[in-house]
Design a protein around this ligand. Structure first.
Ligand SMILES: Cc1ncc(COP(=O)(O)O)c(C=O)c1O
Length: 394
C-alpha cells in the first residue's frame, strides 16, 4: 500500500527534494525491515564534488567515523576523495576495499601502537599528534612519518564540540614540533577542529590565526610548516538552515590566503590544505527509517516509542543534535501534537527528544528521521537486543 506522509513547507526546506522522493519511493516499493538507514548515493557524490572546491590547494579526506558502513565506503572508494581514519577497524575496511594508502591519513592524536604499526605497514604516512608520548611511539613504529600537531582552539557555537579531549596551546605545540624533528620525524603541519556541526564561522578565524602564529615561531626554530589540516566541522540542516559550504569555504579560503600567502614568507614552497569532512559528506544524504512500536499517555504528556533510539542509532540526540521527524499519517486530517519521542530499549536514558511536534502516527507506521546519515550507525550498539540499522544505498 502506498504510504502517506504530510510534509509541511518548513520541513521540506530541510531536506533535498530528490533525496526525500527517492526514499519515499523506496519505502513504497520495498517491504522494509526497520530500522534501516537509506543513503542517497547521488547526494553523497554531489557532496564530494562540492567539499574542498572553494579552498585553493585543498585535498579532501572523508572522516570515516561519520559513517563507516561498507556500502558508503565502497561508493566513496570509487570517487576522487581520501579517507581520515582513527583505528584498526576503519583501516581494515579500507584495506579490504583496496584503497591506496596514499589516500589515507590518521588524525587521531593518540593512537594505539598496534594501529600505528598496521597503518604504517599498509603505507599510511600522515598522522596527527599532540603529546610527547605519541612522538616516542611514532618514532619507534612509524619512522620518518609526516606529522601535524593538533592545536587547541575554541569550539564555541559548535553543536558537537570536540575541544575537550585533544589539542595543545601554541608554546607546547612548538615544543612538540621541535621534538618530533629531533626524533627523525617530519613535523610539517598543524591541525585543529572547530567542533562538529559548527555554526560559528569565526572559529576558523581564531584557528587560522593561531596556526599562523605557530608557523612563524616554527620557522624561527628551523621548521617549515607546509600543511594546514583544517579538520571537519561543516554543518548540515537538521532543524534549521545553516551557512552553505560554498560560503564557509569562501571565508576559509580568504583567511588562508591572508595568513599564509600575503603575511610574509614562511620559508617554504606554499601551503597544502587537508580537509576532513564527515557530517557534511553523509549527514543529509541519509534518512533513517523507523517504525512506531507503541504510544502512551503519561502524566507528562504523550509518548511515542520507535524502533531506533539513543543506543541503536540516535546517540547524538542526547548530546545536542536535534533531528527533524516525519511521521506516516493515515487520512488527511489532524493537527500536530506535542510528543516525547523514545527508543526501543528498556533504559530510561533512551529518550530521544521532548516536545517534538508531530502528526500522530499509528503503531506500525513509519517515522522518518531526516539528516540521519552521520554519526548514527557508527555509534549504534545492540544494547538490550535492539538491532543496529542496516545501511542501504538508494
Ligand atoms: C580528527 C577529526 N577530523 C574530522 C572529523 C569530522 O568532523 P565533521 O563530521 O564535523 O566534519 C572529526 C570528528 O569527530 C575528527 O575528530
Amino acid at each position: 500500500m502506498v504510504k502517506s506522509f504530510k510534509i509541511d513547507a518548513a520541513t521540506a526546506k530541510l531536506v533535498e527534494k530528490s533525496t526525500l522522493l527517492k526514499v519515499l519511493n523506496y519505502i513504497d516499493t520495498v517491504e522494509l525491515k526497520t530500522p534501516v538507514l537509506l543513503m542517497d548515493g547521488d547526494r553523497i557524490r554531489r557532496s564530494i564534488a562540492t567539499v574542498g572546491r572553494g579552498i585553493a590547494g585543498c585535498k579532501v579526506f572523508y572522516a570515516v567515523k561519520a559513517n563507516p558502513s561498507v556500502e558508503v565506503l565502497r561508493l566513496l572508494a570509487g570517487l576522487d576523495v581520501g579517507f581520515e581514519i582513527s583505528n584498526f577497524g576503519e583501516l581494515n575496511v579500507l584495506s579490504a576495499l583496496g584503497v591506496d594508502p596514499e589516500r589515507i591519513i590518521s588524525s587521531n592524536p593518540v593512537k594505539t601502537v598496534d594501529f600505528i604499526k598496521a597503518a604504517y605497514a599498509y603505507g599510511v604516512r600522515y598522522f596527527s599528534y599532540d603529546s610527547l608520548t605519541e612522538i616516542e611511539k611514532m618514532s619507534q613504529h612509524a619512522p620518518g612519518s609526516n606529522l601535524y600537531v593538533r592545536l587547541a582552539i575554541p569550539n564555541e557555537g559548535s553543536e558537537w564540540p570536540l575541544s575537550k579531549k585533544f589539542g595543545v596551546e601554541i608554546e607546547d605545540a612548538l615544543t612538540l614540533l621541535t621534538r618530533a624533528k629531533e626524533k627523525g620525524l617530519n613535523p610539517l603541519g598543524i591541525t585543529f577542529h572547530v567542533g562538529s556541526q559548527c555554526n560559528n564561522i569565526y572559529n576558523w578565524n581564531i584557528a587560522l590565526d593561531k596556526a599562523r602564529l605557530l608557523s612563524d615561531m616554527a620557522r624561527d626554530a628551523g621548521i617549515i610548516i607546509s600543511l594546514i589540516n583544517i579538520g571537519g566541522g561543516y554543518p548540515i540542516k537538521y532543524t534549521k538552515s545553516v551557512l552553505s559550504i560554498e560560503a564557509i569555504e569562501r571565508h576559509i579560503n580568504r583567511l588562508i590566503r591572508e595568513r599564509f600567502y600575503n603575511a610574509g614568507d614562511l620559508g617554504g614552497g606554499g601551503i597544502t590544505v587537508h580537509l576532513e569532512p564527515g557530517r557534511a559528506v553523509v549527514g543529509d544524504a541519509g534518512i533513517m527509517v523507523s517504525r512506531v512500536t507503541g504510544k502512551a499517555e503519561r502524566l507528562d504528556g504523550r509518548w511515542l516509542y520507535i524502533d531506533v533510539g539513543v543506543f541503536n542509532g540516535l546517540m547524538e540526540s542526547i548530546g545536542g543534535i536535534k533531528y527533524t521527524y516525519v511521521t506516516e499519517t493515515r487520512g488527511a486530517g489532524g493537527m500536530k501534537d506535542n510528543w516525547t519521542l523514545a527508543g526501543p530499549s528498556c533504559d530510561s536514558f533512551d529518550v530521544i527528544d521532548k516536545n517534538v511536534q508531530l502528526y500522530e502516527p499509528e503503531v506500525g507506521d513509519i517515522v522518518l528521521i531526516l539528516s540521519g546519515g552521520a554519526y548514527t550507525i557508527s555509534y549504534a550498539s545492540e544494547f538490550n537486543g535492539c538491532s543496529i540499522p542496516e545501511t542501504l544505498i538508494v
